[in-house]
Ligand binder design. Structure first.
Ligand SMILES: O=P(O)(O)OP(=O)(O)OP(=O)(O)OC[C@H]1O[C@@H](n2cnc3c(O)ncnc32)[C@H](O)[C@@H]1O
Ligand SMILES: [Mg+2]
Length: 256
């Protein structure tokens, strides 16, 4: 019998979700009797399915395998160091730096597209990540384009963008996308931390860390361990860790 990827089996445990999935994916047949992944709300699922249908994706057909290592695809050393510090004791992390196209679109669309492409190229379970910095006064901009703003106008320019506004608040948003392999629809894990934009303080060795202040300290001034216990990345990885725990339990059920 063909096996769908684990996520599809997990999704199909909700009655309404089953109907939704079967409507979109007539070939979904394998239904798990009980799913540990109960925190996926129907709205999330609808969004996931509508992303699928928009990109014309198909139900993935792949044999499940134990997830004891994962490839984190990034060229950013700062991200890699933090992911290893936060996640390294839960799963073995390999790193690859692929030049993946970052499409325009919502945060979730950008992250999913990047992850799908990485899974296709590497043919293995992959994790990708996209970071946004959203200024409230600018209705969320620069958002996913922060990398290009950083490159062209730097810390001072980012401060000047807000010069005419009283509201200096900003949100750091980290969006991880995980795919079990080629054809497996990415699952999204997002974390957000609110702070404000200030003149640079602290070492400049990771992106916009010196201008993002959280409770009186910039990310750059903070002890690394402290940043890794409150950051947007930490919050997203906490959700991914929960997913890994349920994934392992599901694996035990499948193999016993
Ligand atoms: O290969 P990828 O993972 O895409 O790495 P990247 O450096 O291109 O990263 P993004 O596309 O996500 O762009 C996000 C920008 O924000 C920066 N950044 C990401 N996380 C950060 C953090 O926790 N603190 C400060 N800057 C961060 C990063 O250096 C980029 O300039
Ligand atoms: Mg990038």
């Amino acid at each position: 019998m063909q096996q769908t990827c684990r996520y599809m089996r997990a999704c199909t445990t909700h009655r309404a979700s089953q109907q939704l999935l079967i409507a979109f994916r007539p070939n979904v047949r394998s239904i798990a009797p009980r799913s540990p992944i109960t925190q996926h709300r129907l709205s999330d699922l609808k969004r996931q399915v509508s992303i699928d249908s928009r990109f014309g994706l198909h139900t993935s057909i792949q044999h499940t395998m134990p997830l004891d290592r994962i490839t984190f695809v990034t060229g950013n050393k700062g991200k890699l160091a933090e992911v290893q510090a936060i996640l390294g004791s839960y799963i073995n992390i390999d790193n690859r730096d692929l030049d993946l196209e970052e499409i325009q679109g919502t945060i979730e669309e950008v992250s999913s597209a990047k992850c799908r492409k990485a899974a296709e190229i590497l043919k293995t379970p992959v994790l990708t990540e996209d970071t946004c910095l959203c200024f409230k006064a600018l209705n969320g901009l620069p958002g996913p384009y922060i990398k290009w703003f950083m490159k062209s106008i730097g810390h001072d320019g980012l401060n000047k963008l807000l010069a005419g506004f009283e509201d200096k608040s900003a949100e750091a948003v980290c969006t991880f996308a995980f795919s079990e392999g080629p054809g497996c629809e990415p699952i999204i894990f997002q974390g957000r931390t609110e702070g404000k934009i200030v003149c640079p303080r602290g070492p400049s060795n990771f992106g916009w860390d010196p201008i993002f202040e959280y409770e009186g300290e910039t990310y750059a001034e903070m002890d690394k361990a402290k940043k890794n216990s409150i950051s947007h990345r930490y919050k997203a990885l906490e959700k991914f860790k929960q997913f890994l725990e349920t994934y392992d339990k599901q694996e035990e059920k499948t193999t016993t």
